[in-house]
Write a protein that binds this ligand. Structure first.
Ligand code: FES
Length: 170
């Protein structure tokens, strides 16, 4: 490289083939190395999304989308069955990316490929902790609300009618 610098400083217009090839070889391994280092830095500096509070309104019973559905405001996958509503935490337990529900009812994280069963159990990592189920309740204004700091059993169901839901909260 020193010889190359000398040639370039001297103003010679023709670069010797050997110096040109050595320069090209240096570039060919430097660029992938730098790209790899950049990717590593991004991976290590990843920060999970932050939320401002712990209680998030998901909507009134009449305004909910077809379920199951991802509700951005609470960062949950909201489900329903014959017993009521339940919410699965959509934040991956590895580094906090948003998980996606697949057609086969498993959850998958696109960031690093973790997969979870529908009851939150880890199928494959890098995540090692299961997904949480979060407490739901009806607010006083009739809004289905998730409490992101209250983890409940996977069997938890909030009745679909508000009056029954209030009774459950009490
Ligand atoms: S954030 Fe890494 S697998 Fe989900």
């Amino acid at each position: 490289m020193e010889k190359l610098r000398t040639i370039l400083k001297s103003g010679e217009k023709k670069l010797p083939r050997r110096e040109f090839l050595l320069g090209a070889i240096n570039v060919s391994w430097t660029v992938p190395l730098m790209a790899g280092l950049w990717g590593l830095v991004k991976y290590l500096r990843f920060e999970p999304p932050t939320t401002g509070g712990t209680q998030f309104p998901l909507g009134s019973s009449g305004s909910l989308p077809d379920l199951p559905a991802y509700i951005e405001n609470g960062q949950v996958w909201l489900h329903e069955d014959s017993s009521g509503y339940f919410a699965v935490d959509a934040i991956c337990t590895h580094l906090g990316c948003t998980i996606r529900l697949q057609a086969d009812t498993t959850y998958q994280c696109r960031c690093h490929g973790s997969r979870f069963t529908e009851d939150g159990t880890v199928i494959n990592g890098p995540a090692t902790r299961p997904l949480g189920f979060l407490r739901l309740y009806w607010s006083g204004t009739g809004t289905l609300t998730v409490d992101r700091v209250s983890v409940v059993e996977a069997s938890f169901r909030l009745p679909k009618t508000q009056s029954a839901g209030i009774l459950q909260v009490i």
